[in-house]
Design a protein around this ligand. Structure first.
Ligand code: ADP
Length: 504
């Protein structure tokens, strides 16, 4: 029977999705299921690994039955997942020893603060993993489970337990417990993986007191990991791709070479720039990570994020009740010629790269008696573009590459005003593809290359179709003036926090 489809499993933070793609990269069927978020204490976030699994299996079946496809028609499965989230389970029974500790969970921030008191450790972690030590990554989450859950430590040391990020967990379940693996991109977010030697790092495992036998085998993102067992899918399907969500989106956007970059405009923004075969160590607080690739030399990427992006639009809608829905901001922004000198810095949880001030708070400057609601809304919407521009400039400085084009995806990339303003403020072209399901597409591409569904990356590039491009039309003078205003606004957001702290 002809293998007509590639299946992508997109296991995100709030939902499990399944998409079937054809050779042109067109979405042929999709299904999605949300699952429960657990907040057992302030700052703690957990998922039930069994619910992640059951929701994923159910959307797989749903996507297939929707268009009457059987497993025999599926050439392979690619998995993309929420990164860093940590699961430990019993190698024999498959039972998780504890809920999944989600990347957002802050329970181990004290452990990381302790570690950061020794600058040598911070330096070592940075040099080996490319990451800035944080509770976000898997290392301290694994250490927490081994310290706090019953006899987990003894069982781990006897080799009875497996650790995995969500890709690992799903592959283990899909293969009926036969295969315990992960891919380079997911490994590079654990803070235990040396991105230069591409191995689990013994010194880091020792630092967090984690036995090496807990760790999965690490393979290229595009490789034959195993096959689904027939009891699940009726017919075995090769599992041939795996990558963390952001790296998968970079691949799905066909950013394969040095200097190519994408930005995802979601609740926050995630920007990745491919830096080729050489890791680029940031001087601006960006992290270095492994990119998804087809062989043992996956290439590197610089990563930067904006904490509050689409979330600022949600704030306009839910807290200020200034808008009914996010899409209407586009017309509102166009209804005024500019913001009338108003800047909104949505530093609700501090400011990230390149400012890095965790005490900074949301700030509005430039208000006059005549400031209108539309101007305030426009200033909030423009803040997405300013923050992205800050990160892009930091990446340019670190990599020495001038960004000519930015490929975009994510919910807020539907807003033409944002993308035009982004192109204006960056002085670069902003490119929106017709398929914005780039995260899932990346996983399908990785799997498809491994099973020969697609021959090479040139074929994938032919699939990348432009829906609309935005070309900067602002004069250099206006741009410089607006950016000066933005810098002042950012400084105010930091200054106010410093003054408050000094008063305390
Ligand atoms: P996530 O994957 O982070 O949940 P999505 O990629 O689904 O996010 O994007 C949702 C975010 O994008 C929301 O914060 C929403 O406010 C914002 N958003 C969605 N559509 C628009 C739009 N047309 N204009 C501006 N913001 C939008």
């Amino acid at each position: 029977m002809e293998k007509s489809y590639m299946m992508a499993l997109d296991q995100g933070t709030t939902s499990s999705r399944c998409i079937l793609f054809d050779r042109k990269g067109t979405v042929c069927s999709s299904a999605q299921k949300e699952f429960t978020q657990y907040y057992p204490k302030p700052g703690w976030v957990e998922h039930d690994p069994m619910e992640i699994w059951s929701s994923q299996i159910s959307v797989m079946m749903e996507a297939m039955t929707k268009i009457g496809v059987t497993a025999r028609e599926i050439a392979g499965i690619g998995i993309t997942n929420q990164r860093e989230t940590t699961i430990i389970w019993d190698r024999k029974t498959g039972a998780p020893v504890y809920p999944a500790i989600v990347w957002q969970c802050r329970r181990t921030s004290g452990m990381i603060d302790e570690l950061k008191k020794h600058p040598a450790f911070e330096e070592m972690i940075r040099a080996k993993t490319g990451l800035i030590p944080d509770a976000y990554f898997s290392a301290s989450k694994i250490a927490w489970i081994l310290r706090n859950v019953g006899d987990a430590r003894e069982r781990a040391e006897r080799g009875e337990l497996c650790f995995g990020t969500v890709d690992s967990w799903l592959i283990w379940k899909l293969t009926g417990g036969k295969v315990h693996v992960t891919d380079y991109t997911n490994a590079s977010r654990t803070m235990l993986f040396n991105i230069h030697t591409r191995r689990w790092d013994e010194e880091l495992l020792a630092l967090f007191d984690i036995p090496a036998c807990l760790m999965p085998e690490v393979r290229p993102s595009s490789s034959l990991f195993g096959s689904t067992i027939a009891e699940l899918t009726g017919f075995p399907i090769p599992i041939a791709g795996a990558a963390g969500d952001q790296q998968s989106a970079l691949f799905g956007q066909c950013c394969f070479g040095k200097g190519e970059m994408k930005n995802t405009y979601g609740t926050g923004c995630f920007m990745l720039m491919h830096t080729g075969d050489e890791p680029c160590i940031s001087k601006n607080g960006l992290v270095t990570t492994l990119a998804a690739g087809t062989d043992d030399h996956p290439g590197y990427a610089l990563e930067g994020s904006v904490f509050v992006a689409g979330a600022a639009i949600q704030w306009l809608r839910d807290e200020l009740e200034m808008i009914r829905n996010a899409p209407e901001t586009e017309a509102i922004c166009r209804s005024v010629k500019d913001t009338g000198g108003v800047y909104v810095v949505p530093a609700f949880t501090g400011l990230g790269a390149p400012v890095w001030n965790q005490d900074a708070r949301g700030t509005i400057i430039g208000l006059t008696r005549g400031t209108t609601k539309a101007e305030l809304i426009r200033a909030t919407v423009e803040s997405l573009a300013y923050q992205v521009s800050d990160v892009v400039r930091a990446m340019e400085q670190d990599s020495g590459v001038k960004v000519e084009a930015l490929k975009v995806d994510g919910g807020a990339s539907a807003n033409n005003f944002i993308l035009q303003f982004q192109a204006d403020i960056l002085g670069a072209e902003v490119l929106r593809p017709s398929c914005t399901e780039t995260t899932a597409l990346g996983a399908a591409y990785l799997a498809g290359l491994a099973v020969g569904y697609w021959k090479n990356t040139d074929e994938l590039k032919e699939n990348w179709r432009l829906e609309r491009s935005f070309i900067g039309s602002m004069t250099a003078e206006t741009r410089a003036q607006l950016l000066r205003g933005w810098k002042i606004a950012e400084r105010c957001a930091c200054y106010a926090a410093e003054q408050w702290n000094a008063e305390k």
